[in-house]
Design a protein around this ligand. Sequence first.
Ligand SMILES: Cc1cc2nc3c(=O)[nH]c(=O)nc-3n(C[C@H](O)[C@H](O)[C@H](O)COP(=O)(O)OP(=O)(O)OC[C@H]3O[C@@H](n4cnc5c(N)ncnc54)[C@H](O)[C@@H]3O)c2cc1C
Length: 512
Amino acid sequence: MNAPDERVDVLVAGSGGGIAGAYTAAREGLSVTLVEATDQFGGTFAYSGGGGMWFPCNPVLVRAGVDDTIEEALRYYRSVVGDRTPAELQETYVRGGAALIEYLECDEHFGFKILPWPDYYSCAVGARNDGMRHIVSKAVPDNRLGRFQGLVRGPLDHERLGTPRPDLLTGGRAVIGRFLWAMTENPSVAAHLNTSLVELIVDDGRVAGAVVETDGARRAIRTRRGVLLAAGGFEQNDAMRAEFGVPGAALDTMGSPGNVGLAHRAAIAVGASTDLMDQAWWSPGLVHPDGRAAFALCFTGGIFVDRAGRRFVNESAAYDRAGREIIGAMREGRVGPRYWMVYDSRGGEQPPVMAPNVSFSPTAEYVSAGLWREADSLAELAHQIDVPPGNLVNTVRRFNEMAGRDDDEDFGRGRESFDRAFTGGASPLVPIDTPPYRAAAFGISDLGTKGGLRTDVHARVLDGDDRPVPGLYAAGNTMAAVSGTTYPGGGNPIGASLLFSHRAAMHMAVDG
Ligand SMILES: Cc1cc2nc3c(=O)[nH]c(=O)nc-3n(C[C@H](O)[C@H](O)[C@H](O)COP(=O)(O)OP(=O)(O)OC[C@H]3O[C@@H](n4cnc5c(N)ncnc54)[C@H](O)[C@@H]3O)c2cc1C
């Protein structure tokens, strides 16, 4: 380390939800250095086509006359998450989103709108099935971003399929873009790409900065107030996945490439305690010609079958709930790392997936990779996907009977309002009776791991005795998720990552 030490008030590692920490610290008058391990800002956050935020009773919803209450939202959140995470952390999240939006709306760089998105446990007490707890950012042109123009990660189709990058930032890219836009003119923010936090510096029991690495060269950045670790999960690191027992593989994660767990490691080395380390935000994943299973949702038909050719899950359940069932079946050996969606030709060749997140490639590519199969009869299809023909025929017969009654006695598909949210209220039980019959390969995908550093309500990292590690904060997927082993609603990961990053910065500004 030859360069002289840089000195700042706040160091933020990671530019997904961490961007809210950098912005807040700067707005509160602190000097900030933001380091981002990759060559783009935005992390997994920027991959989100919606960039939804679950912030009940926020000003955007209140202005629209939504009749929700924080107490009702809290009842819902508690009933879903249970006591797996501290009650005060849950309450901080549920109450805090509204105040954050109020804070951001005072700055003309931000603008939000409602995107109705139903809660994921429709039958839980306090659930909001009209989707009125969920907002997104208004779009923003990339050319507003000044020195940050062209530097927002994504979209997924650009990175995985090579499609051109749109000039208009939408969804998660719009949120990241608006934070960067707000920081363009602020000289107290330094932002470094291709720079990873690799180690924390501790002076007299206090985290007083970090060692960062750019192109193999290391230097120290010393902090007066604190270090915020908002470096995502460790989903891209197969060795860490194996060490902590996270099902699935880096190949099939949607997490951005820099999320390899360096910040987790650095914090553990200075005494941080962890929780939920085997957890991720799960989903069924449609396998694409590149061999990767990608987060897919909003199924308008089709059934998943196990090795025995039988259904094993409510296919229309919210993706994390379905993902957890799929993992359970994998653990029991009923389902392999790749399994099949069986459907028919009523909608053409593509499987009935409304939101694949990574756009479909040409059909021929799936067919030549053996990922999509087709046959004139179900028995023949069964041979092609290596399941017992009699079972598959019986499974589809039973499913079609239940579809006729609109009642899935086996897995309850369609009983919760979420199951019908993407079919305009129509039954998601669509008979499979129009040959040729088809099968598409699926796997288990994730949106990132969610186990990490235990924190208090100010996002201060806690040690094994529940004492804050002075000067150290964590948010987003680097923090042990407030939602525990559940995914209560769309907008929870992004909502919590923004909120706890913001709270960390406010704490550093006021008490740091
Ligand atoms: C297709 C898709 C759609 C989604 N839609 C939604 C949605 O609508 N609403 C929602 O709530 N959630 C959504 N999610 C999930 C959500 O995007 C993530 O859970 C969330 O962005 C995680 O935020 P984060 O800040 O923890 O991590 P990230 O956004 O991944 O950011 C972490 C950043 O830290 C960087 N980094 C890692 N290590 C270091 C280091 N040592 N030093 C410096 N930098 C480092 C990484 O390169 C990365 O840029 C979606 C995910 C996907 C894939």
